[in-house]
Design a protein. Structure first.
Length: 525
């Protein structure tokens, strides 16, 4: 008899038994209404270790761990299957030899003419699957850790490298200044050079803070198209004669609410990158950078971190340069990643762009093809409201000559004696009378004693005890007419958006910024 005709010759019950026995990696068996085993397949024997003879009539709780039995899990499972008509669960089960395995269990009650007859039970060993999942998770975590260490290593050596160079310049410059025989012109050149170096260090710190999103944004509403048009001459100069700048802008107002200065820096960083990428290509083809503004109401899938339903505007900067190698695409936004060591690139441009975009509630993405070019798309949340009274820097009082002096008295609140010394000297240098308070509490006592002695309070933000923000708010309540200006290099409080209503003077500040910040208050009095 052929095997097919042998199967046909079997009764339905035999055929079913054959089927159930053939399944070797699953236990398929039946329980009576109380939970005693009344049928057993070879898969069950393989999985749990009991032969049919050994197990028939035994209560199915013998497959459960001692802890589960103590907690009444077997009864609970029977009751749930009985009441809900179906049960699927996962848990630890015990073999005949006492070893445990992770099981996926399905249990269904069997009814005959409406009466409960027993339960059908299906158990599968999923230990290997779980282990494979855990191994995969472990491998991913290990990879992530390795990547984190890699980024951290690059970051640390980048900071050490950049600041090491700057400190070397500052040291030799200061030593030079100390020389008595230095000619006046050399002294003035050295001073200028030192100041430029300090400014460079300041902008590096600010770029790093941007990346860590620790730099508080100073949001203002402005029209993006207006800004880009105003920046056009600057961008064209940056690109030079050999690269054409094309602008494709929508003919409407595109209001955004973000830090205008940071926005401009991000655009400049993208344009400079495009130029540097194409500069070697000159003569080979027509080099073009295209700046496009278009709405992006559809958020790309990989930017799912952006809140859905938001309205975004996309500013794209495309070049037809050499493109970016696939192998470095995942790391180009990391701080200090650069392929331009010879050109003394710091590798901070794109980290500023990304930090700014994310802190503004948007994101940036890149697409690139070797030999064809690169496009960076900056997505920023769009403001629905009409632009009301944009506070543009241009509308502030005209800047004053550097040798201008002010009059008045300033209460300086600063916990660091060295910083206080230099700030007091700078304040006195521009003609102001000064008083120093070491902390907020001391400042309040001084104001309490004679509030009219101080025309303005200039306070550090991070101080032991009461913070500068709390101090400014207290002064605002007690002496509402007293101008208070915060000054800080970095503060968690500011980065978290606190004190947004208060004026901030970014540290380190120079004479010019100090003067133009204070004059608005002192001249107004
Ligand atoms: N438009 C582009 N075309 C090709 N490569 C690019 C482009 N923009 C960025 N890159 C690559 O990404 C790297 C990182 O860019 P990023 O702006 O962060 O740093 P950098 O330009 O090297 O230095 P920095 O901007 O601090 O002067 C660059 O070194 C370059 O390899
Ligand atoms: Mg760059």
């Amino acid at each position: 008899m052929s095997s097919i005709s042998a199967i046909h010759a079997m009764s339905g019950v035999d055929r079913f038994q054959k089927l159930v026995d053939t399944i070797k990696d699953c236990a398929i068996f039946m329980l009576d209404t109380e939970g005693h085993v009344i049928s057993w397949n070879s898969g069950a024997e393989r999985l749990v270790g009991y032969s049919e003879l050994e197990i028939l009539g035994r209560h199915f709780s013998c497959f459960y761990t001692r802890e589960d039995i103590a907690e009444g899990v077997p009864e609970h499972i029977l009751n749930t299957a009985r009441q809900s008509g179906h049960l699927e669960t996962e848990g630890w089960r015990v073999r005949k030899d006492g070893s445990r395995f992770r099981a996926m269990v399905i249990m269904d009650p069997i009814f005959e003419n409406g009466t409960l007859f027993g339960f059908a039970k299906f158990t599968r060993d999923i230990s290997l699957k779980i282990k494979a999942e855990q191994d995969l998770l472990g491998a991913r975590e290990a990879l992530r850790n390795a990547q984190r260490m890699d980024v951290l290593g690059r970051l640390t050596s980048g900071v050490a490298h950049e600041f090491g160079n700057l400190l070397a310049v500052l040291r030799s410059g200061t030593e030079r200044l100390a020389r008595a025989d230095l000619a006046d012109q050399d002294r003035s050149d050295s001073q200028k050079f030192l100041i430029e170096t300090i400014d460079h260090a300041t902008s590096l710190t600010s770029q790093l803070l941007n990346f860590s999103r620790g730099q508080p944004l100073r949001p203002e509403q402005f029209d993006l198209i207006d800004r880009l048009l105003a920046m056009r001459p600057l961008l064209e100069t940056m690109l030079g004669d050999s690269i054409t700048l094309k602008m494709q802008l929508v003919p409407e107002l595109v209001p955004v609410d973000t830090d205008r200065h940071q926005f401009e820096t991000a655009i400049v960083n993208l344009i400079v990158n495009a130029r540097e990428a194409m500069i070697d290509e000159i003569g080979v083809k027509d080099c073009v950078v295209t700046l496009t503004v278009g709405s992006a109401n559809e958020i790309p899938e990989h930017l799912a971190s952006l809140p859905p339903g938001g309205s975004y505007v996309t500013i794209s900067v495309s070049d037809n340069g050499p493109g970016i190698n696939k192998s470095i695409l995942p790391v180009i936004f990391e701080p200090f990643f650069t392929t331009k060591r010879q050109r003394s690139g710091a590798g901070l441009g794109l980290s500023q762009v990304q930090g700014f975009a994310r802190q503004s509630g948007g994101d940036v993405e890149v697409s690139s093809a070797i030999g064809k070019g690169t496009t960076f798309a900056l997505h920023l949340p769009r403001v629905r409201r009409r632009i009301v009274n944009p506070i543009a820097i241009d509308t502030l009082p005209p800047s004053y000559a550097e040798d201008c002096e002010l009059s008045g008295s300033v209460l300086l609140v600063e916990d660091n004696a060295r910083t206080a010394d230099s700030s007091l000297a700078l304040l006195e240098d521009i003609g102001l009378k000064t008083t120093w308070a070491r902390n907020a509490e001391e400042a309040l006592t001084k104001l309490q004693q004679s509030e009219e002695n101080y025309d303005l309070v200039l306070t550090d933000v991070v101080m032991p005890g009461m913070s500068g923000i709390a101090l400014a708010r207290t002064i605002g309540r007690r002496w509402p007419q007293k101008p208070v200006i915060l000054t800080s290099g970095y503060s968690n409080e500011l980065a978290a958006g606190h004190g947004g209503e208060l004026e901030l003077l970014q540290k380190p500040y120079n004479r010019k910024t100090l003067l133009s910040t204070l004059q608005r208050h002192l001249l107004a009095q």
